[in-house]
Structure formats: structure tokens, C-alpha cells
Design a protein around this ligand. Sequence first.
Ligand SMILES: *[C@@H]1O[C@H](CO)[C@@H](O)[C@H](O)[C@H]1NC(C)=O
Length: 236
Amino acid sequence: MRKRYMGPILLTLPVSILSLTGPAIEVVVGPYDATQRTWVLPKALLSYHSFFFRAACEHDFKERLENRVTLPEDIPEIFGLFVQWMYSEDCDIIKHCNYEDGVYNGVRAWVLGDKLRVRGFKNFALRQLHKLLIPLDGNEPLCHIEPIEIRYAYNNTLPESELQRFFLLATAAYWDCGHDKIKYLIKSEDWEDLWEEHRDFRNDLLRNLLSSREVRLARLRRVMGDFEIENKDVRS
Ligand SMILES: *[C@@H]1O[C@H](CO)[C@@H](O)[C@H](O)[C@H]1NC(C)=O
């Protein structure tokens, strides 16, 4: 009888599976209270996706000594989405029964991806926002934009970030379109805080509103294409 070949098979496996081998590190996310969560994740998987974790695993003395990274200011649920995305290249940013949560999750996911320096996750989050707010068939958006989402985007990203640009163009495009979902948005009192905190947003919005609605909608539709081209295969 011929002997079965028992040589190494690892070489034929995809990188994503190979990166699940080797040592793990603890990632502790959230403030020190009942909501805090700890994940134990393969270092190779984290380093493969994130420059932040690559630095933490390879260079940061304290992290290497304790074999633990703590992220007290981040949100466990959003980090959970990132973990899901790392393993499957997909995750539940949009809960289908509740689109409104999808927008806030998407904003926070983008911000986390920016901090951890994971280009793929940022693009993923942006595509989800795009699905909710710019449906392909030209129908009205699936939900409205809340000032808190714009404030979060403006509080936590650098001026002129893709996320800021996305919200500016989306708000300008739908400002006077008359969809019920968007009208509701204008009545919300939180807008006053936004005007106060982020004058640059207010000024840019007013400047955009000088253009016709068709022009503003076209700008919004074009912006996603621009993001995709700029970011193609770039990890940052
Ligand atoms: C944005 O920052 C301001 C000022 O620091 C703060 O009062 C507000 O709660 C923040 N809002 C969000 C949504 O992060």
C-alpha cells in the first residue's frame, strides 16, 4: 500500500488563516467598569491588519512585557465589530431592523479604524454609511443624519478627513430635499450645539448650500468613487 504523504500543508493556506497561528496578546477595551471587555487575539492577525497593533506588539516595551494592550477610551461594542471584521472581512455595522444605529456605528467604526490605522476597516465603515445614506437607486436615504454623528466625526478626526467630508456633503445634499426623514433632522435641537462647536462645518455647509440641489447631490455621489480610488490598496 502507498504511504499517505504527511508533509507540511500550511503553505497552501491563505494568509488570513496563517495569521491565526502563533502567540496571542490581551486587548482590554473600555473604561474600568462593568462594560470593559477583554479579547485574546493572535498577534499576527492584529499586526497583519493594524499598524497600531504592529507597533504595540513589536516595539512598545510595556505592552510586550505585560503582553497586554489597554484601550480605555475606546468602545467595546465597536472594537467587537472590528474583531468580527478581522476574522471575516465583514461585520454587523448596520443592524437591519435599526438603520439609525447603523450610522452612529459606522462613524465610530471609522474613527476606531483611523486610530488603529486599518485602512480596510475605514473603507468598510464608509461603504456602510454610503449604503444607508446614498442608496444606489436614487431613492431617499434609509435613515437621517443626527447632529451627534456629525459632532462625533468632527470631534474625533482631523480637519478635512474623509469622514468629515462625507458628512458635510451628505448634509448639504439632503438639507432641503423634503424627505420626511431629513426634515426631522433640521428640527432637532442638537444642531445648535453643532453650530457652536464646529463653526467650520457650519460655514462649509452654508457655502455648499449656495449650489443647486442637483450639484450637491452629484458631489455626494461622486465623493464615494473618489475615496475608493484614492485608497485603493493603500494601508495606512
Ligand atoms: C464633542 O466635543 C464637545 C467638546 O469637547 C463635547 O461637549 C461633546 O459632547 C462631544 N460630542 C460628541 C458627540 O463626541
